[in-house]
Ligand binder design. Structure first.
Ligand code: GLN
Length: 456
């Protein structure tokens, strides 16, 4: 109860950060009291968390930060939140994000953006917390909660974690149930924790993971005790440094961060190995074909009938006008762009040239990783993002591809289904946090968390 009260009072003071889009203080206090009374609670008993607005929470607005889900209160609870609450976690409210998780700056949210609590030197400029899990990152970094759920389709846990100096892990595809999480690109989406440090991520990931018969892609595998894996001992582990991630024009401080991280792992007893992932350069274009294709299909369900918003119709309007007006009003520009790209690449005349080709590229990217793992690599170290947090509004008039470039280091793991973690690794020259990414073998999140622990 005390912890929950403390968080609630911090949240009240932090409205300007725009992290929470829907607060649930009464529910939180009830859950906190129940946790205090429960002597048999799990590891998260009484721990106050924020929940990304992409998760369906029963009776509590769940809008995926979209106008089209205005007024939607699910009749069901997502598997992830069900498991967290069963463990004793307390929900403080719903967190801001990019609309339908499409974006890298939290600026596509119907609620307006969240604000990064970090400042650039003495500059007053407001910075993005990253996206799409921008509210989650802001809330954890600003001490409004002890941890938050995020989702990651192409980097949406790891990039905001890196921009705000926190830790976030995208687990292996299938580790965490997607049931009750609003779908963006179903073959890429995974939920994961965003926390202060690696240990908290290990604890929270354990509670979120596990087989769920309601998600046919969820893996029927035992969930290891990820926290027990944190020995700090990485002696003899092989860490791969992929040459293709050394992008042209990489800022000096990012290459230095990467080198410093490499040295740290080497000093801790790891074997450092130069590796090649030859198809890396095709990952971003393949992602921006596959993700919109799946999104255009997933978003077809917002028809003005089943969920949320319906446009006011004029006399004589039929069902087509209802769809058109509802979708025109309800979706923001980035979502419309993705739906258009998606329907285009899936259309009969272009399917082979774009969608099928992207699928083939995806298989090659996956094979690149399989090859290096077969060669004895245990984890791969890369920067998490190509820069530190940028100014809000900076990309307003830019080509949308500029924004997509934020994801160059993160989309590969989603395409390959692999676990990836971002950990804070230092500050740039303006005092802003920078993150490193570690990519692990499938289903070996414990090992990955332990390597990240050695970097911490
Ligand atoms: N920034 C990427 C996109 O806009 C990734 C988003 C995500 O991981 N949900 O698609």
């Amino acid at each position: 109860v005390e912890l929950t009260q403390a968080c609630l009072s911090e949240i009240e003071k932090a409205d300007a950060l725009g992290a929470f889009v829907h607060k649930t203080p009464e529910l939180a206090m009830d859950m906190a009291k129940a946790a205090d009374a429960n002597k048999a609670g799990g590891d998260l008993n009484g721990i106050p968390l924020g929940i990304k607005d992409l998760f369906c929470t029963k009776g509590v607005p769940s809008q995926a930060a979209s106008g089209i889900l205005e007024g939607f209160k699910p009749e069901y609870e997502s598997t992830v939140t069900t498991q967290l609450f069963a463990d004793g976690a307390v929900m403080l409210g719903k967190l801001n994000m990019d609309e339908f998780a499409m974006g890298s700056s939290n600026e596509t949210s119907v609620y307006g953006n969240a604000v990064n609590p970090w400042k650039r030197g003495n500059d007053d400029a407001q910075l993005t917390p990253g996206g799409s899990s921008g509210g989650s990152a802001t809330a954890v970094a600003a001490d409004l909660c002890l941890g938050a759920t995020g989702t990651d389709t192409g980097g949406s846990i790891r990039q905001p974690a890196a921009f705000t100096g926190i830790t976030g892990i995208k687990p292996t595809y299938g580790r965490v149930s997607r049931w009750g999480v609003v779908a963006f690109a179903s073959s890429l989406d995974q939920a994961g924790p965003m926390t202060k440090d690696v240990r908290d991520s290990a604890i929270m990931l354990k509670a979120m993971s596990g087989h769920d018969p309601k998600d046919s892609t969820s893996a029927d595998l035992a969930v290891p005790d990820f926290e027990a894996a944190l020995t700090g001992d990485i002696r003899g582990k092989t860490i791969g440094i992929p040459k293709e991630y050394r992008m042209d024009g990489m800022p000096e401080e990012i290459s230095k961060l990467w080198e410093d991280g490499t040295t740290m792992l080497k000093d801790a007893g790891a074997v450092i190995k130069d590796i090649s992932l030859p198809h890396t350069q095709y990952a971003l274009p393949a992602y921006y074909v596959i993700a919109p294709a799946e999104a255009s299909s997933n978003l077809a369900r917002y028809d003005g009938v089943r969920f949320g918003h319906r446009a006011t119709l004029d006399a004589g309007d039929g069902i087509t006008e209802m769809y058109e007006k509802t979708r025109a009003e309800g979706f923001g520009n980035e979502v419309k762009r993705r739906v258009m790209i998606g329907t285009y690449v899936l259309s009969a005349g272009f399917y082979d040239a774009y969608y099928n080709r992207a699928r083939k590229v995806r298989a090659l990217i996956k094979r690149d990783f399989e090859n290096v793992f077969a060669d004895g690599v245990d984890a791969i170290l890369t920067p998490a993002t190509p820069s530190s947090a940028f100014e809000l509004g900076a990309m307003k008039d830019a080509d949308p591809v500029q924004m997509y470039l934020n994801d160059v280091f993160t989309v590969t793991t989603n395409l390959a289904g692999l676990p990836g973690i971002a950990v804070p690794a230092g500050l740039d020259k303006n005092g802003l946090p920078l993150g490193l990414q570690l990519i692990g073998r499938p289903w070996e999140e414990g090992d990955l968390l332990n390597t990240a622990y050695a970097l911490e």
